[in-house]
Write a protein that binds this ligand. Structure first.
Ligand code: ADP
Length: 375
């Protein structure tokens, strides 16, 4: 009696499980099929029948599944079918052509099923990934187009700034010639107009030179090597010695690490930050601190000054090309220094930002990822 009850319970469990499985097979949006080693389609669920555009199961069951595979993928699929039955392969992507002629991209996961009669068939769960593949292809195409247009823009900026230098040089030199040779014949107004024009041309030349420097950094491949920042900072100080002395600036540099970086770009980065710290000084002589903190994966450098500071609402804008918060008469410059710094830091996979309040000085932070010379 007890065994009879247990048997009934087992049968009931089995019935429930079978029903559960067949409901899943009937309702899943994925194709589930069984294929014989010779390619005969033994079973296919409703989702699969939809994918192959079969009106009813009899359109495809007991027919050869290879007929549904796109001709250019048929050999691959046949080989795959043989290899699954030997349990040598499990997944494949291939195209099918439905009975109404629609081509779809499929991804299949298959497994061998050893039957009680000694034969082996393959059961497979197949997904229609046509839309996913199309989206990926579109994305890839867009990325390629963007890269090309970006490269063209970089080349354009480089060519424009390079080629503009020469005509600009001509404008400045002929204006100067005019000024020198006809000085005595010109009245005060004419003299003033020439001065304005010379100033304008000089300023434009400075901008074009800076744009060219920016383009060079943008196009640089980045020759990374181990750079001792202590020695690099010493060189930077030497280069701007005159500026330091004129401003009576006091600069303290903490002991700095060796970082794998592009030496000339790093030099430019620190030179711009220190020069700015001197240029945008307040009434007191500049006091500048160059510090570094070691974090898990990167170095965090900071250049701290006691200068005029920056309105926090405007701190993002100063990293844009040619964006300045001051007029040329107040503080000379073209507004490219910080965009150049940002580009350099980007090239190194780091970040740059500023923390500042008007009248309270500024701290520029730069992070540089730690890396080995090979990475
Ligand atoms: P430039 O100095 O030629 O104007 P930058 O790109 O180096 O160009 O700087 C952009 C603007 O950011 C400057 O015009 C200035 O207003 C502000 N700035 C940069 N560095 C500092 C600093 N250390 N303190 C205060 N303001 C600064």
């Amino acid at each position: 009696m007890k065994y009879e009850l247990e048997r009934q319970q087992r049968e009931e469990d089995l019935r429930e499980r079978t029903e559960h499985l067949s409901t899943l097979i009937e309702t899943t949006p994925e194709c589930i099929k069984t294929v014989a080693p010779d390619g005969t389609l033994l079973q296919m669920n409703p989702a699969g029948l939809d994918m192959v555009e079969a009106g009813s199961a009899s359109d495809v069951i007991d027919e050869n599944v290879y007929d549904l595979i796109a001709p250019d993928h048929r050999d691959r699929f046949r080989e795959f079918n043989e290899r699954i039955c030997q349990d040598e392969e499990r997944t494949l992507e291939f195209d099918i052509i439905g009975l109404e002629g629609t081509r779809r991209h499929m991804e299949t996961h298959a497994a061998p099923l050893h039957k009680s009669d000694g034969t082996t068939v393959h059961v497979a769960l197949t997904r229609d990934i046509t839309e996913q593949v199309e989206r990926e292809e579109q994305l890839e195409e867009t990325v390629t187009q963007l890269q090309q247009s970006n490269d063209r823009l970089k080349q354009f900026a480089y060519a424009a700034s390079h080629d503009l230098q020469e005509p600009l040089r001509m404008v400045s030199s002929y204006l100067q010639l005019l000024e020198n040779q006809y000085k005595d014949d010109l009245d005060e107004d004419a003299q003033e107009y020439i001065d304005f024009a010379v100033n304008g041309a000089d300023r434009m030349r400075a901008m074009v030179d800076d744009l060219l420097a920016f383009s060079r950094v943008e196009q640089a491949d980045g020759e990374f090597e181990s750079v001792e920042c202590d020695a690099l900072l010493e060189r930077v100080m030497n280069d701007i010695q005159v500026q330091i002395e004129e401003a009576n600036a006091e600069i303290t540099v903490q002991s700095l690490p060796t970082v794998v970086s592009d030496r000339s770009q790093l030099e430019q980065l620190f030179s711009n930050l220190v020069s700015n710290a001197i240029k945008y000084r307040g009434d007191d002589p500049p006091e500048i601190d160059i510090r570094v903190e070691e974090r898990a994966n990167y170095w965090e450098f900071s250049v701290v000054d006691n200068g005029i500071g920056i309105d926090p609402d405007k701190t993002d804008r100063i990293f844009e090309v040619f964006k300045r918060l001051h007029h040329e008469d107040e503080y000379p410059g073209t507004g490219i220094g910080l965009s150049l710094c940002q580009k350099i830091v980007e090239n190194h996979g780091g970040e740059i930002w500023v923390d500042s309040e008007p009248g309270e000085g500024s701290t520029f932070f730069v992070t540089l990822p730690k890396r080995t010379a090979e990475s």
